[in-house]
Design a protein around this ligand. Structure first.
Ligand code: SAM
Length: 279
């Protein structure tokens, strides 16, 4: 039984890091014209209302994307511009940020004629909302397990692949399951770019994922983590992204983006980046 709903967390500091990494990867891959098969294994619903009861209950976006939006005039890295222009497009009538895209909407914004997007979402109501949004846009939605479903799409017919795996980690074994799924997918498409989000937890449960990847066959795994400068005593103290086969130069550009928003007036985090598994 799935209970996680991303509406409570949309636009928080972890979403900022994840969607910055996603949009940067996508735009760097699109420097070449060849088509990209995009797969979103845990899509959520596509667009979130930051003023909904669920969003206001946690107010997480207030310390996340809304801080970045308020600081948008002073962000040094030009790589914020694609994200900011998507946000402006979604919030045309207001200087406030009221609507925030989930990963399918970020992907969809950047799709070119030869790129495709397949999304997976297992939660029935989230899947139905996603379907409603996607049907008007010709985007495929599969209401099934994304980690299993992606294997059927590999290797893709396009020359390049970009996969986002963003589970809700409701079951402890999900961490090992993601490491195993990555290894299996990588064996089917070794040149694919795989982005995996994970929480940094006081329990340290995410080590199951990190150690699984370190001990597995996959090479060239970049790790980006943002750590809250004032973390809670228990629970999530940071947000991590593993990036397999990242485009050349991504580490410097992602670091520059994260450095822009690290300070107290923005996300209040410290960013660290290293190779979990080198080439
Ligand atoms: N990727 C989204 C974004 O960035 O906006 C957020 C996704 S949220 C963290 C995780 C989603 O995965 C939830 O909507 C949950 O219902 C869904 N989910 C959980 N287990 C799943 C599975 N095995 N296959 C597909 N979706 C799953």
């Amino acid at each position: 039984m799935l209970s996680y709903l991303h509406a409570f967390h949309a636009g928080n500091f972890a979403d900022v890091q994840k969607h910055a990494a996603l949009t940067l990867t996508m735009s760097m891959m699109q420097a070449k014209p060849s088509g990209i098969a995009c797969i979103d294994t845990h899509a959520g619903s596509a667009v979130y209302d930051l003023n909904s009861d669920r969003a206001r209950k946690t107010a997480e976006a207030d310390d996340g994307i809304r801080k970045v939006w308020a600081a948008r005039g002073s962000l040094a890295s030009a790589d914020w511009q694609p994200m900011l222009s998507v946000l402006s497009g979604l919030n045309p009538a207001s200087d406030d940020l009221n609507r925030y895209p989930g990963s399918p909407a970020w992907f969809a914004h950047f799709l070119r004629a030869d790129d495709t997007l397949t999304t997976f979402e297992l939660h029935p109501t989230e899947g139905a909302r996603l379907e409603e949004w996607a049907s008007a846009r010709g985007i495929k939605v599969r209401q099934e397990d994304g980690l299993k479903g992606m294997f059927r799409l590999l290797p893709p017919r396009q020359p390049r692949l970009l996969v986002l795996m963003d589970p809700s980690y409701e079951i402890k074994s999900d961490y090992q399951a993601v490491a195993s799924a990555l290894a299996k997918a990588w064996k089917k498409c070794r040149h694919g770019v795989y982005l995996i989000w994970y929480p940094v937890l006081t329990s340290g449960l995410e080590k199951g994922l990190l150690e699984g990847v370190e001990q597995g066959p996959v090479r060239k795994v970049l790790r980006s983590e943002v750590h809250l400068d004032h973390p809670p005593e228990r629970g999530m103290t940071g947000s991590g992204m593993l990036m397999v086969n990242p485009p050349w130069g991504l580490s410097e550009r992602l670091s520059a983006m994260m450095d822009d928003v690290s300070g107290r007036e923005a996300l209040g985090v410290t960013h660290r980046l290293d190779w979990l598994v080198p080439e």
